[in-house]
Design a protein around this ligand. Structure first.
Ligand code: PEP
Length: 248
Protein backbone atom coordinates (compact mmCIF):
# COMPACT_ATOMS: atom_id res chain seq x y z
CA UNK A 1 0.00 0.00 0.00
CA UNK A 2 1.41 3.38 -1.04
CA UNK A 3 0.98 6.10 1.58
CA UNK A 4 -1.07 8.88 -0.03
CA UNK A 5 0.37 12.38 -0.38
CA UNK A 6 -1.70 15.56 -0.35
CA UNK A 7 0.25 18.62 -1.52
CA UNK A 8 -0.84 22.26 -1.48
CA UNK A 9 0.46 24.52 -4.23
CA UNK A 10 -0.21 28.09 -3.17
CA UNK A 11 1.29 29.54 -6.35
CA UNK A 12 1.78 33.36 -6.14
CA UNK A 13 -0.61 33.74 -3.22
CA UNK A 14 -0.30 34.49 0.51
CA UNK A 15 1.97 36.93 2.29
CA UNK A 16 4.44 35.69 4.91
CA UNK A 17 1.90 36.51 7.63
CA UNK A 18 -0.86 34.57 5.88
CA UNK A 19 1.42 31.60 5.21
CA UNK A 20 2.55 31.54 8.84
CA UNK A 21 -1.02 31.70 10.09
CA UNK A 22 -2.03 28.75 7.85
CA UNK A 23 1.03 26.74 8.92
CA UNK A 24 0.34 27.27 12.63
CA UNK A 25 -3.15 25.83 12.11
CA UNK A 26 -1.66 22.88 10.21
CA UNK A 27 0.77 22.26 13.03
CA UNK A 28 -2.02 22.37 15.59
CA UNK A 29 -4.22 19.91 13.68
CA UNK A 30 -1.70 17.57 12.06
CA UNK A 31 1.37 17.38 14.31
CA UNK A 32 0.57 13.75 15.19
CA UNK A 33 -1.09 12.84 11.90
CA UNK A 34 0.51 9.92 10.03
CA UNK A 35 -2.25 8.56 7.78
CA UNK A 36 -1.29 10.63 4.74
CA UNK A 37 1.78 12.68 3.94
CA UNK A 38 1.21 16.42 3.68
CA UNK A 39 3.33 18.91 1.73
CA UNK A 40 2.79 22.67 1.45
CA UNK A 41 4.40 24.78 -1.27
CA UNK A 42 4.36 28.48 -0.30
CA UNK A 43 5.94 31.32 -2.26
CA UNK A 44 9.74 31.64 -1.94
CA UNK A 45 9.40 34.50 0.57
CA UNK A 46 7.52 32.31 3.06
CA UNK A 47 9.59 29.12 2.77
CA UNK A 48 11.87 29.79 5.73
CA UNK A 49 9.23 30.85 8.29
CA UNK A 50 6.89 28.04 7.21
CA UNK A 51 9.71 25.46 7.44
CA UNK A 52 10.58 26.71 10.92
CA UNK A 53 6.99 26.25 12.09
CA UNK A 54 6.59 22.80 10.56
CA UNK A 55 10.04 21.35 11.28
CA UNK A 56 8.86 19.45 14.35
CA UNK A 57 5.88 17.94 12.47
CA UNK A 58 5.60 15.27 9.75
CA UNK A 59 4.48 17.99 7.29
CA UNK A 60 6.99 18.78 4.57
CA UNK A 61 7.62 22.05 2.76
CA UNK A 62 8.20 22.40 -0.97
CA UNK A 63 9.37 25.21 -3.23
CA UNK A 64 7.34 25.77 -6.39
CA UNK A 65 10.39 26.03 -8.65
CA UNK A 66 14.20 26.07 -8.70
CA UNK A 67 16.87 27.03 -11.18
CA UNK A 68 18.75 24.15 -12.78
CA UNK A 69 22.26 25.55 -12.20
CA UNK A 70 24.15 24.97 -8.99
CA UNK A 71 25.08 28.63 -8.55
CA UNK A 72 26.29 31.65 -10.50
CA UNK A 73 25.20 34.70 -12.48
CA UNK A 74 21.46 34.03 -12.77
CA UNK A 75 19.94 37.22 -11.41
CA UNK A 76 16.63 36.61 -9.68
CA UNK A 77 16.94 32.84 -9.59
CA UNK A 78 17.13 30.41 -6.65
CA UNK A 79 19.11 27.17 -6.58
CA UNK A 80 18.10 23.75 -5.24
CA UNK A 81 20.73 24.00 -2.47
CA UNK A 82 19.23 27.33 -1.34
CA UNK A 83 15.82 25.68 -1.11
CA UNK A 84 17.23 22.82 0.95
CA UNK A 85 19.06 25.38 3.09
CA UNK A 86 15.79 27.03 4.21
CA UNK A 87 14.38 23.70 5.37
CA UNK A 88 12.49 22.40 2.34
CA UNK A 89 12.48 18.72 1.50
CA UNK A 90 10.51 18.89 -1.75
CA UNK A 91 10.26 20.98 -4.89
CA UNK A 92 7.60 21.14 -7.61
CA UNK A 93 9.22 20.81 -11.03
CA UNK A 94 7.60 21.15 -14.45
CA UNK A 95 4.27 22.65 -13.40
CA UNK A 96 2.21 23.44 -16.50
CA UNK A 97 2.29 27.16 -15.64
CA UNK A 98 6.10 26.99 -15.75
CA UNK A 99 5.96 25.09 -19.04
CA UNK A 100 3.53 27.48 -20.75
CA UNK A 101 4.17 30.89 -19.13
CA UNK A 102 7.93 30.51 -18.65
CA UNK A 103 8.76 28.34 -21.66
CA UNK A 104 10.18 25.42 -19.69
CA UNK A 105 10.93 22.47 -21.95
CA UNK A 106 11.25 18.80 -21.06
CA UNK A 107 15.00 19.33 -21.24
CA UNK A 108 14.98 22.22 -18.74
CA UNK A 109 12.74 20.17 -16.48
CA UNK A 110 15.15 17.22 -16.70
CA UNK A 111 17.99 19.49 -15.58
CA UNK A 112 15.89 20.86 -12.72
CA UNK A 113 15.02 17.34 -11.56
CA UNK A 114 18.72 16.43 -11.56
CA UNK A 115 19.60 19.62 -9.63
CA UNK A 116 16.87 18.86 -7.07
CA UNK A 117 18.06 15.29 -6.53
CA UNK A 118 21.68 16.42 -6.17
CA UNK A 119 20.60 18.84 -3.44
CA UNK A 120 18.70 16.09 -1.61
CA UNK A 121 15.23 17.41 -2.48
CA UNK A 122 12.40 15.04 -3.43
CA UNK A 123 10.83 16.42 -6.62
CA UNK A 124 7.14 16.53 -7.42
CA UNK A 125 7.39 16.16 -11.19
CA UNK A 126 4.34 17.53 -13.06
CA UNK A 127 3.18 16.24 -16.42
CA UNK A 128 -0.05 16.49 -18.37
CA UNK A 129 -1.61 17.17 -21.73
CA UNK A 130 -3.42 20.29 -23.00
CA UNK A 131 -7.04 20.19 -24.16
CA UNK A 132 -5.97 20.30 -27.82
CA UNK A 133 -3.60 17.40 -27.30
CA UNK A 134 -6.37 15.38 -25.62
CA UNK A 135 -8.87 16.23 -28.35
CA UNK A 136 -6.32 15.16 -30.97
CA UNK A 137 -5.98 11.77 -29.23
CA UNK A 138 -2.38 12.52 -28.25
CA UNK A 139 -2.67 12.30 -24.43
CA UNK A 140 -0.58 9.14 -24.04
CA UNK A 141 2.04 10.24 -26.55
CA UNK A 142 2.51 13.61 -24.79
CA UNK A 143 2.70 12.04 -21.33
CA UNK A 144 5.17 9.40 -22.47
CA UNK A 145 7.40 12.03 -24.01
CA UNK A 146 7.28 14.25 -20.92
CA UNK A 147 8.22 11.30 -18.69
CA UNK A 148 10.99 9.92 -20.89
CA UNK A 149 12.62 13.29 -21.59
CA UNK A 150 12.05 14.56 -18.04
CA UNK A 151 13.67 11.50 -16.46
CA UNK A 152 16.48 11.21 -19.00
CA UNK A 153 19.79 9.97 -17.49
CA UNK A 154 18.44 9.97 -13.93
CA UNK A 155 19.44 6.84 -11.97
CA UNK A 156 16.72 4.28 -11.23
CA UNK A 157 17.17 4.67 -7.46
CA UNK A 158 16.70 8.43 -7.74
CA UNK A 159 13.64 8.09 -9.97
CA UNK A 160 12.05 5.94 -7.25
CA UNK A 161 12.06 8.98 -4.93
CA UNK A 162 10.25 11.23 -7.39
CA UNK A 163 6.51 11.88 -7.02
CA UNK A 164 4.83 12.14 -10.42
CA UNK A 165 1.89 14.57 -10.55
CA UNK A 166 -0.51 14.04 -13.42
CA UNK A 167 -2.11 17.42 -14.06
CA UNK A 168 -4.14 17.64 -17.26
CA UNK A 169 -3.67 21.28 -18.24
CA UNK A 170 -7.39 21.64 -19.13
CA UNK A 171 -8.30 20.79 -15.51
CA UNK A 172 -5.97 23.24 -13.75
CA UNK A 173 -7.73 26.22 -12.21
CA UNK A 174 -10.71 25.69 -14.52
CA UNK A 175 -13.08 23.97 -12.13
CA UNK A 176 -13.18 21.13 -14.64
CA UNK A 177 -11.78 18.00 -12.99
CA UNK A 178 -10.86 14.90 -14.93
CA UNK A 179 -13.35 12.20 -14.01
CA UNK A 180 -11.98 9.59 -11.62
CA UNK A 181 -11.97 7.13 -14.56
CA UNK A 182 -10.12 9.52 -16.89
CA UNK A 183 -7.52 10.19 -14.21
CA UNK A 184 -7.12 6.49 -13.36
CA UNK A 185 -6.65 5.64 -17.05
CA UNK A 186 -3.82 8.19 -17.29
CA UNK A 187 -2.25 7.08 -14.00
CA UNK A 188 -2.32 3.45 -15.07
CA UNK A 189 -0.58 4.44 -18.28
CA UNK A 190 1.99 6.57 -16.40
CA UNK A 191 2.80 3.61 -14.15
CA UNK A 192 3.30 1.40 -17.22
CA UNK A 193 5.81 3.91 -18.66
CA UNK A 194 7.59 4.16 -15.31
CA UNK A 195 7.76 0.35 -15.24
CA UNK A 196 9.56 0.41 -18.60
CA UNK A 197 12.11 2.82 -17.12
CA UNK A 198 12.63 1.58 -13.54
CA UNK A 199 11.06 -1.89 -13.53
CA UNK A 200 9.40 -3.14 -10.34
CA UNK A 201 10.28 0.07 -8.46
CA UNK A 202 7.42 1.71 -10.40
CA UNK A 203 4.89 -0.16 -8.25
CA UNK A 204 5.98 1.83 -5.20
CA UNK A 205 6.11 5.24 -6.87
CA UNK A 206 3.51 7.83 -5.96
CA UNK A 207 1.46 9.16 -8.86
CA UNK A 208 -0.74 11.99 -7.62
CA UNK A 209 -3.53 13.83 -9.45
CA UNK A 210 -3.91 17.60 -9.82
CA UNK A 211 -6.56 19.70 -11.52
CA UNK A 212 -9.44 21.40 -9.69
CA UNK A 213 -9.33 18.96 -6.78
CA UNK A 214 -11.67 19.98 -3.97
CA UNK A 215 -13.36 18.57 -0.87
CA UNK A 216 -16.22 17.20 -3.01
CA UNK A 217 -14.28 15.29 -5.67
CA UNK A 218 -11.26 14.09 -3.65
CA UNK A 219 -12.85 10.89 -2.32
CA UNK A 220 -13.85 9.61 -5.77
CA UNK A 221 -10.38 10.31 -7.15
CA UNK A 222 -8.60 8.67 -4.22
CA UNK A 223 -10.66 5.50 -4.53
CA UNK A 224 -8.85 4.73 -7.79
CA UNK A 225 -6.05 2.19 -7.30
CA UNK A 226 -3.39 4.19 -9.15
CA UNK A 227 -4.19 7.61 -7.67
CA UNK A 228 -1.86 7.98 -4.70
CA UNK A 229 -2.69 11.51 -3.66
CA UNK A 230 -3.43 14.98 -4.93
CA UNK A 231 -1.71 18.24 -5.83
CA UNK A 232 -4.19 20.95 -4.88
CA UNK A 233 -4.04 24.54 -6.12
CA UNK A 234 -7.06 26.81 -5.61
CA UNK A 235 -8.75 24.71 -2.93
CA UNK A 236 -5.57 24.61 -0.82
CA UNK A 237 -5.66 28.36 -0.19
CA UNK A 238 -8.52 28.09 2.29
CA UNK A 239 -7.50 26.28 5.46
CA UNK A 240 -10.84 24.59 6.17
CA UNK A 241 -11.12 23.37 2.62
CA UNK A 242 -7.55 22.00 2.59
CA UNK A 243 -8.08 20.31 5.96
CA UNK A 244 -11.20 18.58 4.58
CA UNK A 245 -9.27 17.40 1.53
CA UNK A 246 -6.51 15.91 3.70
CA UNK A 247 -8.97 14.24 6.05
CA UNK A 248 -11.60 13.23 3.46
C1 PEP B 1 -2.10 23.20 -9.62
O1 PEP B 1 -1.83 24.33 -9.93
O2 PEP B 1 -1.19 22.37 -9.41
C2 PEP B 1 -3.52 22.85 -9.52
C3 PEP B 1 -3.84 21.59 -9.54
O3 PEP B 1 -4.40 23.89 -9.44
P1 PEP B 1 -6.00 23.80 -9.20
O4 PEP B 1 -6.20 22.83 -8.07
O5 PEP B 1 -6.41 25.19 -8.84
O6 PEP B 1 -6.60 23.30 -10.47
Amino acid sequence: MIKPLIAANWKMNKTVRESVEFSRKLKEDFAEYRERDIVVAPAFTALYPVSEILKTTPINVAAQNIHQAEKGAFTGEISAAMIADVGCSNVIVGHSERRTLFSETNNTINRKLIAAIEAGLAPIFCIGETLNERNDGRTFEVIKNQIEEGLNIIETDDIGGIVVAYEPVWAIGTGRTASAEQAEEAHLYIRSILREIVGAAAEKMRIIYGGSVNEKNIAGLMRQPNINGALVGGASLDYISFKKIVRH
